[in-house]
Every structure is written in C-alpha cells, then in structure tokens.
Write a protein that binds this ligand. Sequence first.
Ligand code: NAI
Ligand code: MG
Length: 398
Amino acid sequence: MAKRTIVSLPGDGIGRAVLEETIRVLDAAGFEADYIEGDIGWEFWKEEGNPLPQRTIDLLEKHKIGLFGAITSKPKDAAFDELSDSLKEKGLVYSSPIVGLRQHFGLDICMRPCHSYKGNPLNFIRRGKGDDIEEPEVDVVIFRQNTEGLYGGVEWSNPGQQVYDALMTHPKFVSNFGETPKEEVSVSTRIFTKKATSRILKAAFEHAKNFGYKSVTVCEKPNVIRETSGMMYKMAQQMQKADYPDIELWNTNIDAQMMWLTKNPEDYGVIVAGNMFGDIVSDGFAGLIGGLGFACSAQFNPDSGVGVFEPTHGSAPKYADYETSIVNPIAMVESACMMLDFIDEKEKATKIRKAVAEVISEGKVRTYDMMKMRGKADVVENGAASTTEMADAIIAKL
Ligand code: NAI
Ligand code: MG
C-alpha cells in the first residue's frame, strides 16, 4: 500500500503529548506514513487572530486525513483579552477551530464508541440482585450529528430588528418573551435539516447492521422539542421500516437516558442523536468505561473522504506544562485506530486495539486516572505510568 500522508494537528495543552505518543504507537504497528503538522489552536488565535489558518485547511483538503489532539477554547471576552495588541482593533471574534473544521469539511458523521475493557479499574460497577456487585459490559457506539443543531453557530444576543421581527411572528415567542426588552434576549438556534438527519441516521443503522447490534436508539426529546427531535425520530421510524426491519428502533429522552445509562447500560447498542445531545450522551457513556482518558472519536464526510480523528477530551491546560506528561494516551491511540479503520488499515487497528486491551487487563502499567489518583506532577513518582510509559507498554505488546 502506498505511503499515506497524515495531517497531524496537535493543537494545545496535552494535545501534543498524546498525539506524539500515538504516532510512536502507529509506527510500531508498522503503519507507514508521513506526518505533516498543521497549525491549529490558541497560539494562532493570539498571534494571527485565527485559530484555524487557511494553510491548515489547505493541508487537510490535500491529504484528507487528520489526527487531532485537542485545543483550548475560552469565552468571548477572555479570547479578546489574549489577542495580540495589533489585532485588537480588527473586530475579530473567536470561534472554535474544531467546530470550524467540522463545518468547513462537512464532517457531519461523528462516531464515538464506548466499550469496556476487561480489567480496567475504572469500569462502572453496580449492585445487582441479592446485593452482589455486577460489572455490566458496555458496548455502545454513539452517532452524533456533528455540524448542525445547537452547535450550528446561528445565534444572537440583542438580535437585529429583522431577526426580532421574525421571532415575534411566533405566538410562543410573543407569549413567553414578548415583554422582554430586545436587548435582554439571547437566542441560540437548533436547526436540523432533513439531509443531515438522514445521513446520521443511515450511518447509525448501517453500523448496527454491519456489526451485529440489535438496536438503534434515537436519544433526543421529541415530546418537547417537537420540530427537530420530532423530525429525527419520525425519519428514523420511516428508515427502519423501509430498510432495516431486523434492527429494533428505540426512542429515549436525553434526560431519562442519562439516568438509565447507569441502570442498564448493557442493553444499548447504537445510539444516534443531534449535536448537543450526542455530545452529552457520549460523555455519559464514556464515564462508564473509564472517562476521558478512554473516549475516542471519528468524524468524517463519507462523500469527500475527509476524516479527522480525535480523543473527546480537551487540552487539560493544568497538566500541559508538567515536565513529564501524566495524561492517558489511550483515547488518542483508540482514535488513531478509528483512523486506520477508515483508511482500510483494519489489520493494524486490530493489532493496536489488542495491545491496548492486554496492557489494561494485565494492570501493571496504569496512568494516574486508572489509579484513581489526583492529577499532580508527582503521580509518576508515586507509581503511575507517564504518557510515554503507557505508550511504551502498548508498543511492547505489539
Ligand atoms: P478537558 O477534557 O481538557 O479536561 C478535563 C479533565 O479531564 C482534566 O482536568 C483531567 O482531569 C481529565 N482528562 C482529560 N484528558 C485526560 C487524559 N487524556 N487522561 C487523563 N485525564 C484526562 O476539559 P476542560 O478542562 O473542560 O477543558 C479544557 C480546555 O479544553 C478548554 O479550553 C476547552 O474549551 C477545551 N476543550 C477542547 C476540546 C477539543 O479539543 N475537542 C474538547 C473539550 C474541551
Ligand atoms: Mg464534549
């Protein structure tokens, strides 16, 4: 197979440490690639006023596959304060570069698997019948619509007159907010389109079919958010009936789902949701399998073949400057395995996943989170593995 070029996007904070260790693991698994680094993140916001420079977009346009660490985002005012002085007059507004990447490339399918590893001391346990302790096996794949909904960016504070007038045409706006002065109104929209909704549903059903999951659960709130959630569930019903009669379609509300996920997580298979609820439910399930150190994701556009693979954790700034990095690289390594699946290097992905599973089940090498320590610079002295040591252990198994 021809050598691939991968765009590495370390970003901020711990993003670089986990990405560097992951590339070592990929090398050790025999994946032959050239890595070209793309600029992204806070530094580029401060210095250039753009956390996602055009040159980075061009790189991804050309090479199609990105491995992304994490970025730091800060609220509007803090972002403005840190902008270099020469840029402060330019009226620039910060927006998240990873959300920008998703929208620019139409990476509308986000896939977040959460499966428990044997022997992970962070696995969720519960009390069963007769007071015994049970450890349910979680094997869930969340499909999150990645470009629309509450993350679509269509929002206003003190909206312009045209927007306000349009809102005032809605009887519910008039009755609930009509008395509030316009200057005191902030609006974030939740827009779903049929096209994107159909694509995420189809991706979910296809995955269930191809990997033998018995159910697809739409996790929204159709009884209250009737237009958007309601549309998603209705379309799911039609799709299931027409194309996937052997797969059960379940419907849960996001709030109830967050309660049920600790009661019966083993009952769920594929879950599909809009952008915000998909983000929430995937973090919820990630908590059952070890938390952010284990939560991986893929986001891609099936038409263009552009894909960006990233752990779901952020840049964890408080750990970024430790001389020895202490964070768990497994979420990033597993994200890289999803990249390998996507570019048809499945054998190497399987090999790495097996190595990770062995390291976890053996239990000799554990990062601080797996030892239930508080993340401090001295955890390595106290017996926790560093980021590098965890990668070394995975490599040794390869
Ligand atoms: P975070 O995910 O960076 O960190 C939260 C906590 O999770 C950390 O303090 C640490 O205790 C733990 N943690 C995270 N990654 C870990 C790992 N690999 N191993 C072990 N423990 C780990 O989220 P936080 O603190 O809310 O946000 C920090 C910054 O990251 C913010 O600027 C936020 O905007 C950004 N962020 C970026 C994301 C991205 O790049 N996709 C996603 C989430 C947050
Ligand atoms: Mg999140």
